[in-house]
Design a protein around this ligand. Sequence first.
Ligand code: SF4
Ligand code: SF4
Length: 292
Amino acid sequence: MKLGEKRTGVYICTGCGIDSLDIQKLIEIAEREDSVKICRTDFFLCENTGIIKEDVENENLDAVIIASCSPRVKTEKFLFDLPVERVNLREQVVWSHPTTEEETQALAEDYLKMGIAKASKLEKEEAEIKEVNKTILVVGGGVTGISAAVEAAETGYDVTLIEKNPYLGGRVAGMNRYFPKLCPPACGLEINFKRIKNSERIKFYTYAEIERITGYPGNFDVTVKLKPRYVLDKCTACGECINACPYERPDEFNYGMKNTKAIYLPNEIAFPLRYVIDENYCKKDEGCSKCA
Ligand code: SF4
Ligand code: SF4
């Protein structure tokens, strides 16, 4: 064991089809590494994490390597009070490559070696997941996104809903009638808008787009870019501004078949009920301030 290297344990799951690999060969590869003090297999590792906890205590391990499924799943199951390196033998190897080919085994071996190398140098602070953040991000505020957000919030999760348009409701908001009851969109949408308004768990951002997602399951960091509406929050949607505005823009909500003013309400049942200025058509830069 080299100076500064950690004492690690390797845990290879043999469930979910991973046993189609040559597991014995993987064990040999792991045991050849200086830092590896213990290597175990289990057919249902995510349900038997007790063996890992025991080893961490009894073998004085500094880090563990979990060779199983994607780190995007079972995050909480494999959360221990020490650095954990996940090696994805399931989705990245056996579920996506022909298990009969030599290259698939070689791929698994390479991933395992890389995981061990990384874990043997990981500092605790680099790897630690302090707390799993259970807030759910829903991207898209059409009827599907709204339903997902409302249902998730009502089962007890905090939800952040992001919609690129300046209103929620997506395509359904623009329909005349919709299936199966052939009611106007206001029927279903208004109930859901009310559920969103009444929910303390849902935050929503309209006219917003995801700019960047970093992190990992349980600890994502999402950067959201908000487009300016150029209209204050206290807009009461009285509509006086459209009488004042002399300039028009194509109304994409009505497929460009008519125009709105440069300042406009996205649609009759817009939620949130606030006007927006389309900066591409507004002549503020040329000195217009008629709606101010
Ligand atoms: S879900 Fe992951 S840990 Fe659980 S059995 Fe499948 S591969 Fe193993
Ligand atoms: S500043 Fe002028 S062009 Fe722009 S929205 Fe107001 S009235 Fe219309």
